[in-house]
Design a protein around this ligand. Structure first.
Ligand code: FES
Ligand SMILES: [Fe+2]
Length: 326
């Protein structure tokens, strides 16, 4: 299907739900790029992602129900099999509909305890998270967080070092030590890399131990970014963030966060730590008067420590991204 949305976004994978929230025989409705999608799990365990519209009279299929390995529409009771084909019409029990009576389906996948969908044709795998299978790390799944601005703004905020000492003061920085040392920025075919940034943080890991912390980012795709920060005692905390775009001015943030097990194994404390940080970010993101990310540099002014953001914006421009920008 051709889309008005640039292929680099349309063909990407985005998390839309936690796997545990979709048991066999259930369905949920999600939104991606303003497109309503019904996700349902058959009793066999097969997972489907379809446009949330019955091709008969356009009622939302998410108002229907899963029966065995079929989805039944709530309006005229038409029955759709796992391919999306209508296989039963209650008003005409002996009639088999043509192949035109089919629901549009999308790619769906499960990884990291999350359900991912792609509305286009995926060109890459779901983003890697090396800590996921590393037994030396404890990983928690955080989110989703409802964020009232473009997902691109949310990613840029994730890369933004100079707000840490101000917005997250007492945890990720202190205002009287807010200066940001220079760091390296490179852009290549894998994305944007921001490396060797360092700053002092009173509580970088959520365990209350202050340290100078080295930050390394990898922006994997326009709405997916990875961070690894390392303390002076060589403990690391990693985050993989997706900003799943629900519209041009709203997104859902999903995060995988890992810490070395010698730092903490208390998953609920780690999740609470991250929830508190993200809540502070959401308050700032909600206060942006421009909800979309300006790619024209003159709309906002920039300083030396914004070099990572500037590289991100330039890269988005090179990729031809316009959804969520201005
Ligand atoms: S609208 Fe779905 S069966 Fe008629
Ligand atoms: Fe932040």
């Amino acid at each position: 299907m051709s889309s008005p949305i640039e292929s680099v976004l349309w063909n990407d994978w985005f998390p839309v739900a936690r796997s545990q929230n979709l048991i066999a025989g259930s369905l949920i409705s999600v939104t991606l790029f303003e497109t309503e999608v019904v996700i349902w799990r058959a009793h066999s365990g097969a997972l489907m992602a379809w446009t949330d519209r019955c091709p008969h009279r356009s009622v939302k299929l998410s108002s229907g129900k899963v029966e065995g390995d079929t989805l039944v529409c709530s309006y005229h009771g038409m029955v759709y099999d796992c391919r999306g084909q209508c296989i039963k019409v209650p008003a005409h029990p002996n009639f088999l509909p043509s192949s035109a009576a089919i629901v549009q389906s999308y790619r769906v996948n499960e990884q990291y305890g999350l359900i991912f969908i792609c509305l286009g044709n995926p060109q890459k795998s779901i983003a890697p998270f090396p800590e996921w299978k590393n037994s030396n790390f404890v990983t928690v799944l955080c989110g989703s967080y409802s964020i009232p601005c473009s997902g691109l703004r949310a990613i840029e905020n994730f890369l933004d070092l100079s707000h840490l000492a101000i917005v997250h003061r007492g945890r990720l920085g202190v205002p009287d030590q807010a200066s940001i040392s220079d760091y390296t920025v490179t852009t290549d075919e894998d994305g944007v890399h921001i490396e060797d940034a360092s700053l002092w943080q009173p509580d970088p890991m959520g365990d209350g131990c202050g340290s100078t912390v080295h930050y390394n980012y990898w922006i994997i795709s326009p709405l997916t970014a990875y961070l690894r920060k390392t303390t002076s005692t060589n403990h690391s905390l990693s985050i993989l963030l997706w900003a799943t775009p629900t519209s041009q001015e709203s997104c859902l943030g999903w995060m995988l966060m890992s810490v070395h097990s010698s730092v903490s194994t208390d998953e609920s404390a780690l999740e609470a730590f991250q929830d508190a940080i993200v809540q502070q970010d959401i308050e700032v993101l909600a206060n942006h008067s421009l909800k979309r990310l300006p790619l024209e540099t003159q709309l906002e002014f920039h300083v030396q420590s914004d070099r990572g953001s500037i590289a991100y914006r330039k890269w988005l421009k090179t990729l031809g991204v316009s959804y969520g920008t201005m």
